[in-house]
Design a protein around this ligand. Sequence first.
Ligand SMILES: [Zn+2]
Length: 76
Amino acid sequence: MEYFCKSCGKRKGDDQDWLLGFEGSGGPRKVMKYAIKLLGKWDDQRASEANAVHFCSTACQDKYFWQNYGDENWAA
Ligand SMILES: [Zn+2]
């Protein structure tokens, strides 16, 4: 299975320590419509889950998070 960084598009190699998150995992409606849960580490078992998102680095994870979930002012 191949994984690509959700932020920069880089392909994951076997020896790289990537980060894993899960999007829109369907919590109660009262919370954010597009929720994301950042795992803060890589988990091979869960990396192939349908709502998993993959990041090559903390920088990419942060960038994606702020662009999609953070304050709009940040992206300007
Ligand atoms: Zn990246």
